[in-house]
Design a protein around this ligand. Structure first.
Ligand code: PEP
Length: 248
């Protein structure tokens, strides 16, 4: 059993939520005792400014690889910073699928996020067909290699990785704690071959149908350092219970 890192529980609202829900979430989190957990909410961009005063962090769900200019509909790292974001999700599987984001584009976005002082939450994970073929380690290694090739291994000290098996996102089909631990250990070991200290400090979140009912068992795995929560982050009390599970 290795030293546990400080846990993070991140909520990804996707294209859901409202100013009212932001207020409810703030009330719920602000009145809880969560000193030992980093709490992060990634709402849609229009609701970022509704999170004040918040006893947690806020983050974007995406950022542009460009800093400014003729890129209608895009949001830059400096804009996220201006709205008090500390984090940004990068390479969520829905962006990879819906927007055709390649491993290299994702890597470039990780680089741009770091350049703007944002902590990227790099999402990796295999689709069901890759899981079934047994090639999932190779798939995830490829996603990580692309980022290493662009930012170098030392920069992994400043990023968070989220393992999100695509077949478990929004499906109610959670990876078992053993399946999650197997991949988290693989990622840590792979990074550790290049830099043992970076690997030891790297926070690796699990995402995919996490709920309060299964959070405890997932988060108690030695290489699982918290969670990236989609659907359940739209219910403030459920999300709080997941945060409390990460507290241990
Ligand atoms: C996600 O959106 O990243 C996610 C893990 O969703 P869910 O928790 O709903 O599976």
């Amino acid at each position: 059993m290795q030293n546990k890192r400080r846990p993070i529980v991140a909520g990804n609202w996707k294209m859901n939520g409202s100013v009212e829900l932001a207020k409810q979430m703030m009330d719920t989190i602000n009145s809880a005792s969560l000193q030992d957990v980093d709490v992060l909410i990634c709402p849609p961009f229009p609701f970022l400014s509704a999170f004040a005063p918040f006893n947690g962090a806020i983050g974007g769900q995406n950022l542009s690889e460009f800093d400014s200019g003729a890129h209608t509909g895009e949001v830059s790292g400096s804009m996220l910073k201006a709205l008090n974001c500390d984090f940004v999700l990068v390479g969520h599987s829905e962006r990879r699928t819906d927007n055709g984001e390649s491993d290299l584009l994702v890597a470039e976005k990780v680089r741009v996020a770091l350049e703007h002082g944002l902590t990227p939450v790099l999402c990796v994970g295999e689709p069901e067909s890759v899981r079934d073929s047994g090639e999932y380690f190779n798939h995830i290694q490829g996603q990580i290699d692309a980022v290493i090739s662009v930012i170098g291994i030392a920069s992994f000290e400043k990023i968070v990785v989220a393992y999100e098996p695509v077949w478990a996102i929004g499906t109610g089909k959670t990876a078992s704690p053993i399946q999650a631990q197997e991949v988290h250990a693989f990622i840590r070991e792979y990074v550790g071959k290049l830099d043992a200290d970076v690997a030891n400090g790297l926070r690796i979140l699990y995402g995919g149908s996490v709920k309060a009912a299964n959070a405890n068992e997932l988060f108690s795995q030695p290489d699982v350092d918290g969670g990236l929560i989609g659907g359940a982050s739209l219910d403030p009390q459920e999300f709080l219970n997941i945060c409390l599970a990460a507290k241990g």
